[in-house]
Ligand binder design. Structure first.
Ligand code: PMP
Length: 420
């Protein structure tokens, strides 16, 4: 592993050299999507320049090259999460599609009236809506685990809501809205003790923690490439082989078949059974490259850097009048989620943007969590490996200016004046 050096890392990301609103870009919206290093951008264009062809089909040079790269990428993902075989890696469009695959394939076939599905109040809509709708369609019951005032999962509530009727537990590893890291290893074990299967939403954790599906013993795990310095439109479903074998396909078409007659179809083997149609081949090349990128670093060191930036940001803004933090769990990633009384989050987002600072404002696709807090949304600054202490200081001073308009000297206005 390379010793982690922020200055050197920043140079690998072309977009960080590009201004935003005439200011140096300060990108603090990494929980929504991360920026891409040049190596990933090149892996995608290399694919189109040098091996573009459809996979698993024609017997020509380019098709072989594309297929080999595509399947090698699957092995890269397998090793990244320590799955026992690459057959357990299904390509999807992202975490959302991976969860839908499980809901439509496993859920609609194996969940029955009276069964229970357990989610948590921390979940992203992608890990609530498919289960809520599945429950409505099947007559199953959706139960929701609550959190304590620090935004940590209430483990007693989790324990109380598990029982023999619980068939599925769908749980985020890390909350995208407030950064809480859930103790998933322990929770998976508890769920297995009552015979439930567990789906882990690792969308927010793949870039911050080492994932080991065998050590975790989770039944399903999903993540998206684009939150891991990889491209959009590619993601992964990991599932235990035995489950994949018993699950029916959910989308029908080319690739997923072995034999088709007008009367019937014999399906392809796992994993292809779940990959109907031409896949996102370039995306798979890009994701493999992103994994190689992240593998250069000690992920623990990276995450400590991000957490230190978040703590520094908190320390600089905590004295602002009316500030209220929602990211308060003792075990969390580098996310600062907050509100400032008297200031609409949208206004803050806009004013920060005018200074080149990108944050996310709103409900973060976690409306039930916002309803739990009795708010409409928060302002969220989320940190990645390329963020710096200087950026934190720019963010904090911009926020201070916004909160004390009398002393505000917006940099963009100065710049605009100079242009006249
Ligand atoms: N789960 C979590 C925790 C997320 O943060 C996100 C993305 N914000 C998703 C699921 C959905 O990921 P995607 O939109 O890439 O499918």
């Amino acid at each position: 592993t390379t010793t982690f050096n922020v200055k050197a890392v920043r140079k690998l990301f072309p977009i960080l050299q590009t201004p935003a609103n005439c200011q140096p870009l300060v990108y603090l919206d990494n929980a929504a999507t991360t920026q891409k290093p040049l190596s990933v951008i090149q892996a995608i264009s290399d694919y189109y320049q040098n091996c573009n062809a459809n996979v698993h089909r024609a017997s020509h040079h380019l098709s072989t090259k594309a297929t080999l790269g595509f399947e090698k990428a699957r092995q890269t993902v397998q090793q990244f999460i320590n799955a026992s075989t690459s057959d357990e890696i299904i390509w999807t469009r992202g975490a959302t599609e991976a969860i839908n695959l499980v809901a439509y394939s496993y859920g609609y076939h194996f969940i029955k009236a009276g069964d229970e599905i357990l989610v948590t109040i921390l979940e992203h809509h992608a890990n609530i809506v498919p289960w809520q709708q599945l429950a409505k369609a099947t007559g199953a019951k959706l139960k929701v685990v609550s959190i304590n005032t620090a935004g940590e999962l209430d483990q007693q509530d989790f324990h109380n809501k598990l029982n023999k009727k619980t068939k599925l537990v769908c749980l985020s590893h890390i909350s995208n809205a407030i950064g809480t890291i859930n103790p998933i290893r322990q929770l998976i074990k508890e769920a297995h003790d009552v015979g439930a299967l567990v789906l882990i939403d690792a969308a927010q954790s793949a870039a911050h923690t080492k994932l080991d599906v065998q050590a975790l013993d989770c039944d399903f795990l999903v993540f998206s490439g684009h939150k891991l310095y990889g491209p959009t439109g590619i993601g992964v479903l990991y599932a235990k082989r035995a489950l994949l074998d018993m699950m029916p396909p959910w989308q029908m078409g080319g690739e997923m078949i072995e034999l088709v007659t007008l009367e019937d179809t014999r399906f392809n083997r796992v994993p292809f059974k779940f990959e109907a149609g031409t896949p996102n081949i370039a995306g798979a090349f890009g994701l493999a490259s992103a994994i190689e990128f992240i593998n250069q670093f000690d992920l623990h060191q990276v995450t400590q850097h991000e957490i230190a930036l978040a703590s520094y940001a908190e320390s600089l803004i905590q004295h602002l009048p009316g500030i209220r933090f929602y990211s308060k769990a003792s075990n969390r990633i580098g996310i600062v989620s907050f509100l400032i009384e008297g200031h609409h989050p949208q206004d803050i987002g806009l004013l920060l943007d005018q200074q080149g600072i990108a944050v996310r404002v709103g409900h973060h696709c976690t409306m039930p969590l916002m309803q739990h807090f009795n708010i409409n949304g928060t302002i969220r600054a989320s940190f990645a490996l390329y963020n710096t202490t200087q950026e934190v200081e720019l963010f904090a001073s911009a926020l201070a200016d916004i909160c004390q308009p009398a002393t505000m000297v917006p940099r963009h206005v100065e710049l605009a004046d100079n242009e006249h």
